[in-house]
Design a protein around this ligand. Structure first.
Ligand code: UT7
Length: 338
C-alpha cells in the first residue's frame, strides 16, 4: 500500500475530548429477518462476521437527525450549549442530500447558528479524519470548540438483493465535542491518517455522482448502492489497521502494553481478532459492539467510543487507541489519554 502523502504532526495546543454521545434507531433487524430477503443464514452471518443484528432508521429518519441526536448528547456531557458551538464536522457517506452538506442541517437542528459546518467524506475512517481536522483547527486558535460526528443511514444505500453486502451494514451516529485542554484529561496524544486511491474500486457506491448519474437504467442496475470486493478489502483492512495502530502508538511514545483499550472500526469480528493477534492484544482490551449494530461506517468508532465512555470501560488516565479503515481506501488512528 502506498505511504500517505500527508500525516498530521502534533499541534502545539493540546486538545481534549470533552464529551461523547451516540444515537441508534429503535428498529432492530435480526439476521433471521435477512434470511427472508436473501439466500443467507444466521449461522453464516454470525460465524463470518460476528454481526447478530443491526439498527435500521425509520423512513423519514435521516443521517442529519441521527447526527444531531448524537451531537446533543455529546454537547450535554461536555457542558457546551448549541449556540456556543463554533465548528461542526459531519463524517458521512450517506448524506441527506448531495448538497448542501449534512452538517448544515445539523447546525440548524442544534441551533448552532454561529458555527461553521461542513462534511467529510472518508467512509469508515471519516470520524477520525474529522477528529484530526478539528483538533488542528482548535489548536491553531481558529475555533474554540468543535462537534465532530460520524453518522450514516446506510440502509438507504444498501442493495437489499445482494447477500454479499446487505447483511453487513446498519444505521446510527456517534459524536464527540473537542475543546482546548487545560488539564490533561481526554487529551489527544497522537494521530495518523492515510489514503490509497489506487484501491478505490474495491469498495464504492458507483452511481449517483457525476460519473454515473441517476437514470432509470442505472437505478434498475442498482448502481447507486454499496458494492464491495469483500475478501480483498478484508486483507487491506487487517494490514492497514495494524500499521495505523502501530504508527499512532509510536507517535504517542507508547507500547501496546500501555494501552488500556482499543476501539477499532466495527466491520467484521474476524478483522478485529486478526489485528488484536498481530498487536499482541488480549481480547479484554478490545472493544466490540458490531454484534448489535453491524458496520455503521463513519459512525462505528464514534458509537463505540461513546458506549465505552458511558459504560465505564474507559477510566480517567487511560490511554485508548482508536483505529479505522474504509473505502478510499482510507485509514486512520489516534491515541487519546482520557
Ligand atoms: O467498513 C469498510 C471495510 N469493510 C470491511 O472491512 C469488510 C471486509 N470484508 C469482510 O468482512 C468479508 O470479506 C465478508 C464478510 C464481506 C465476506 O466474508 P468472506 O469470508 O470473505 O466470504 P467470501 O466473500 O469469500 O465468500 C465466501 C462464500 C461465497 O460462496 P462460494 O463462492 O464459496 O460458494 C459467497 O458467495 O460465502 C458466500 N456468501 C454468503 N453466504 C451466505 C457471501 N455472503 C454470504 C451471505 N450468506 N450473506
Amino acid at each position: 500500500m502506498a505511504s500517505p502523502s500527508q500525516n498530521g504532526s502534533d499541534p502545539p495546543q493540546p486538545v481534549r475530548i470533552a464529551g461523547t454521545g451516540s444515537y441508534v434507531p429503535d428498529r432492530i433487524m435480526t439476521n433471521r429477518e435477512l434470511e427472508d430477503l436473501v439466500e443467507t443464514s444466521d449461522d453464516w452471518i454470525t460465524s463470518r462476521t460476528g454481526i447478530r443484528e443491526r439498527r435500521i432508521a425509520a423512513e423519514g429518519e435521516l443521517t442529519s437527525h441521527m447526527a444531531a441526536a448524537a451531537a446533543r448528547r455529546a454537547l450535554e456531557q461536555a457542558g457546551v450549549k448549541g449556540d456556543e458551538v463554533e465548528l461542526i464536522i459531519v463524517a458521512t457517506i450517506t448524506p441527506d442530500t448531495i448538497t448542501p452538506a449534512t452538517a448544515c442541517y445539523v447546525q440548524q437542528e442544534l441551533g448552532a447558528l454561529r458555527a461553521v459546518a461542513f462534511d467529510v467524506s472518508a467512509a469508515c475512517s471519516g470520524f477520525l479524519y474529522a477528529l484530526e481536522i478539528a483538533r488542528h483547527a482548535i489548536a491553531a486558535g481558529a475555533f474554540r470548540n468543535a462537534v465532530i460526528v460520524g453518522a450514516e443511514k446506510l440502509s438507504a444505500f444498501v442493495n437489499w438483493t445482494d447477500r454479499n453486502t446487505c447483511v453487513l451494514f446498519g444505521d446510527g451516529a456517534g459524536a464527540a465535542v473537542l475543546l482546548p485542554s487545560e488539564d490533561h484529561h481526554g487529551r489527544i496524544l497522537s494521530s495518523h491518517l492515510g489514503t490509497d486511491g489506487a484501491q478505490a474500486e474495491l469498495l464504492n457506491i458507483p452511481g449517483g455522482g457525476a460519473a454515473c448519474p441517476i437514470t432509470p437504467d442505472n437505478v434498475e442496475k442498482r448502481l447507486a448502492t454499496l458494492a464491495m470486493q469483500g475478501r480483498e478489502v478484508f486483507k487491506h483492512a487487517v494490514n492497514a489497521m495494524r500499521r495505523a495502530s502501530e504508527t499512532a502508538m509510536e507517535k504517542a511514545g507508547l507500547t501496546t502494553g500501555e494501552i488500556a483499550l482499543v476501539i477499532p472500526h466495527q466491520a467484521n469480528l474476524r478483522i478485529i481478532d486478526a489485528i488484536a493477534e498481530r498487536l499482541n492484544l488480549p481480547a479484554e482490551k478490545v472493544f466490540v459492539n458490531l454484534d448489535k449494530y453491524g458496520n455503521t461506517s463513519a459512525a462505528a468508532v464514534a458509537i463505540a467510543l461513546d458506549e465505552a465512555n458511558r459504560s465505564g470501560r474507559i477510566r480517567t488516565g487511560d490511554r485508548i487507541l482508536l483505529v479505522a479503515f474504509g473505502a478510499g481506501l482510507t485509514w486512520a488512528s489516534a491515541v487519546v489519554e482520557w
